[in-house]
Design a protein around this ligand. Sequence first.
Ligand code: IP8
Length: 235
Amino acid sequence: LTTVLKIGGSVLTDKASEKALDTESFDRVLETVSHASEDLVLVHGAGSFGHPQAHRIDLKGGTDESVHEVYEAVMELNGKVVTRLEESGMKTFPVHPSSCSYRGDGLKMMTRQVEKALENGFTPVLHGDCVATDNGLGVVSGDTVAARLARELDAERLGMCTSTAVKDGNGDTVEEVREMDDFPSLENGDRDVTGGIPKKVERLLESGEKGRIFGPGSLESFLDGGKPGTLVNPR
Ligand code: IP8
């Protein structure tokens, strides 16, 4: 049983600063992840290791600027994540989307190395990244990477652990989203360079993959097979 888990950058890092971890949350969440019993593919977001840097050079769909600053920051975070998991005894295998994918008509990504690492008992650790596109360099969200992996690996479960829940107009957590029109209030969330919660829901809906969006407090429950948070269930 393969599970693809995306952990939002906002859960791991302090988004108010630049290149800063949210040390307490980082530690707690990765300790929990390291005890996962099923086959796990982990994808993490960039948070303060990528978003402020990408914003500076307006890295959305194509740029002529050097992306080195962004690339260097996401790689640094990936190194920290992998190191923390290894410290808790998890065997990890980092995979960088910039090196095995590009965006043409959708994201194209090689996934055989991910499958093989899993088969050999390693936890692949991917992340939101810079990506080459048909017209310059852009940014690919970890959400897109996670949804694509879930499809390619025929994963049993896809989960997105984020710091902001999917709420309706009354501030209640939404149980299920089947299409964007279900919840017009989703249009009004906070957006960062990769779009925030509304874009996350939209991306999952567009990917056609079913997944759950939940908070860090429900991570353990999700990893134990529970059904926390919001089910995004494309029609
Ligand atoms: O945090 C963003 O990935 P995300 C990747 O998963 C960069 O949306 C480079 C900002």
